[in-house]
Design a protein around this ligand. Structure first.
Ligand code: ADP
Ligand code: 5GP
Length: 194
């Protein structure tokens, strides 16, 4: 496949539970021109996650040290006491390989990245079919305690209001349909010829 991936970034954003991780994983498996920006966080690792692949898992002290050192393009306290941030080093590392960067990031971070890289980026909001479906998916994922789930649902409701704040909206109802639409968005953006 010929593509023009160098110096580009694709930002996937949505409320927690909308399907960012699922869609981003699918794209990474199908496009060699894409590479995932591994964020840093101080949240605990979930089952099935790998340090350095899903996230750089840091202690709160290590995270704050990196903030002090100006190592983040952006970072947010997404949930009380839980920090997530995009490292300058990730952007440099991936662009040096000639690939386009893929982000899985919440709405405020996505807005900041878009401001930082207005010409290089395409930001896609993944919209669930309804808020009820979204909350049910979060519950079914079973990765949070009841308390954490309540916090996520409250935040997700607010994040849904950002639906029209980005370049594209991708509806994630039927997953196979969403996969195909996501592939089309990538091909369009990279200007690729299969
Ligand atoms: P996010 O990364 O946005 O928090 P995930 O990709 O983890 O979301 O998806 C949340 C949950 O919903 C996961 O358990 C995932 O398997 C499931 N899921 C994602 N997309 C769909 C879909 N279209 N239909 C049904 N379940 C889905
Ligand atoms: P999770 O704990 O489910 O992996 O992620 C929680 C939220 O943090 C998700 O919406 C995810 O997209 C977001 N997130 C992940 N990495 C970053 C990042 O580097 N910066 C910001 N602002 N949010 C991030």
């Amino acid at each position: 496949m010929e593509a023009n991936a160098k110096g580009k970034m694709l930002i996937f954003t949505a409320p927690s539970g909308a399907g960012k991780t699922t869609i981003v994983r699918h794209l990474l498996q199908n496009f060699d021109e894409l590479a995932f920006s591994v964020s840093a966080t101080n949240r605990p690792m979930r089952e099935g996650e790998t340090d350095g692949e899903s996230y750089h898992f840091l202690s709160t002290e290590e995270f704050m040290q990196r903030v002090e050192n100006d190592e983040f393009i952006e970072y947010e306290e997404v949930y009380p006491g839980r920090y997530y941030g995009t490292l300058h080093s990730e952007v440099d590392r991936i662009w040096a390989t000639g690939r386009a960067i893929v982000f899985d990031i919440e709405v405020k971070g996505a807005t900041n990245l878009k401001k930082f890289y207005p010409n290089e980026s395409l930001a896609v909001f993944i919209n669930p079919p309804s808020s009820d479906v979204l909350f049910q998916r979060l519950r079914d994922r079973s990765t949070e305690t009841e308390d954490e789930l309540r916090v996520r649902i409250a935040r997700a409701a607010e994040e849904l209001t950002y639906v029209n704040s980005f370049d594209r909206v991708l509806i994630n109802d039927d997953l196979q349909v969403a996969f195909v639409e996501a592939e089309d968005i990538v091909e369009d953006f990279l200007g690729s010829v299969k």
